[in-house]
Design a binder for this molecule. Structure first.
Ligand code: UDP
Length: 416
């Protein structure tokens, strides 16, 4: 149900913002916009697309979302790509790369007609990147959207992928330092959260109490939370270590909440590593949640005292944004997109080690006034920078610019 979506956003961000969206959408009315990624469930990209499609639709565009389907070898290959583009040095075996190409061929057979007719195609991340070369009858503009931290990619893998990405009309990156040299226009767009989603809406006190009870948490001792897919770049072991160091000084509980994304084959191994590190300690709660447990995650973020995101690489970190929106200071790894959100000593703390994280946990728990103040600043910062309305405005601007880029002046009229 998308009726009145803009009116509901207007209550949060104000009428100027929503009017601006309507104006920008006017020249794009009826435009067929297709997004393609590799999973409908799990991870930040799916989270964003679920929310962005209905809003674009209400704005008069014709958006759709397609998901490419692979097999075990394909996801193994794309996980290796993800890891090596984020800096791991590893040669992806050739048979896996061939499988990557074959699976893209298969998906192109299925999607070609739809994609070739679109006015704009946004291809998200490396998984479906070869799709452009496979749609030779395309008539629209094709944009590659990179969500991951490619500040220091393993060069041979980037070189391979670059062959597929170079022919796009443009690409979008989350941070300037991720952007790789390419012969097309490069745009910077930060991701966002949706304040109206189940993940982020206000919850009743009774629902929060129910979450505390369901997971056997003690309402009288502080809760530290990290929400993440079980991925080594999210450093769950570092979080456990930080928790142990802090707990030596103050009573504490840790929740590591995560689940799998359907395109992430490494999750089980990482969960096993986290369980081994937790050593059956009753105050460490490792929760494996289904991919649609949005209200549960919302509740966990709200009942926590501090949210941690101790990643060692991070494209953006929607979990950081979500926590900040709920007025929580975040202790985050000093990497990638976390640095855009956590302003050290203002909206949280940036850390590089478990020891650093433990120190900041102790500080915040013993300075409750600071904890509150930082949480409030964090919420305000998200309001001003990382809500879906700003995100969609930038997408619309980009599309208008690509369509009408040769015109010196683009007139936008007030919507009636
Ligand atoms: N998430 C979820 N369930 C989980 C783990 C994560 O719903 O078990 C959500 C989380 O709330 C956030 C997104 O998945 O909205 C993760 O996005 P982020 O940018 O933090 O990391 P990514 O997984 O894309 O690397």
């Amino acid at each position: 149900m998308t009726d009145g979506l803009l009116d509901r956003y207007q209550e949060i961000v104000g009428v100027d913002v929503t009017n601006n969206l309507r104006q920008l959408a006017e020249p794009l009315r009826g435009a067929k916009v297709v997004h393609v990624n590799s999973t409908r469930d799990g991870g930040g990209v799916a989270e964003i697309l679920h929310r962005m499609i209905p809003l674009k639709q209400e704005l008069g565009l014709e958006p759709s979302w397609e998901v490419i389907v692979g097999d075990e070898e394909f996801y193994q290959c794309t996980k290796y790509m993800h890891n090596t583009l984020q800096g791991n040095r590893f040669e992806i075996p050739n048979p896996l790369l061939r499988r990557y190409e074959e699976i893209n061929q298969d998906n192109a057979e299925r999607l070609r007609e739809h994609l070739e007719k679109a006015d704009f195609v946004f291809i998200h991340d490396p998984q479906p990147a070869p799709m452009l070369n496979l749609c030779t009858g395309r008539r629209g503009k094709w944009i590659w959207r990179c969500h991951i931290d490619v500040s220091r990619p393993y060069r041979p893998v980037w070189k391979y992928l670059r062959g597929y990405v170079e022919p796009y009309d443009a690409s979008i990156w989350s941070l300037a330092e991720f952007a790789q040299p390419l012969h097309h226009p490069l745009y910077l767009i930060r991701p966002s959260i949706d304040p109206l989603s189940e993940k982020n809406i206000e919850l009743q006190e009774s629902e929060l109490e129910e979450v505390v009870e369901r997971f056997g948490l003690d309402p009288n001792r502080p809760i530290i939370l990290q929400v993440s897919r079980f991925d080594r770049f999210k450093d769950p072991l570092g979080v456990i270590q930080a928790f142990r160091l802090a707990k030596a000084f103050t009573p504490l509980q840790l929740v590591l909440a995560g689940g799998g994304a359907t395109d992430d084959p490494e999750g089980e191994e990482v969960v096993a590593e986290a369980r081994a590190a937790a050593m059956d300690e009753p105050d460490i709660h490792i929760l494996l949640l289904p991919s649609d447990a949005h209200r549960t995650i919302n509740g966990l973020q709200r009942i926590s005292d501090i949210v941690v995101q101790k990643s060692t690489k991070e494209g953006f970190g929607l979990t950081v944004t979500e926590a900040m929106w709920k007025g929580k200071p975040v202790i985050g790894g000093e990497v990638g997109g976390i640095r855009l959100q956590v302003h050290d000593h203002h909206t949280g703390f940036l850390v590089n080690t478990p020891e650093g994280a433990a120190l900041r946990i102790r500080y915040l728990l013993t300075h409750r006034d600071k904890l509150q103040e930082m949480g409030q600043k964090a919420q305000q910062f998200v309001m001003e920078n990382f809500l879906i309305t700003r995100h969609v405005r930038e997408y619309l601007t980009l599309m208008v610019a690509i369509l009408r880029g040769t015109e010196e002046r683009i007139e936008l009229y007030d919507s009636p």
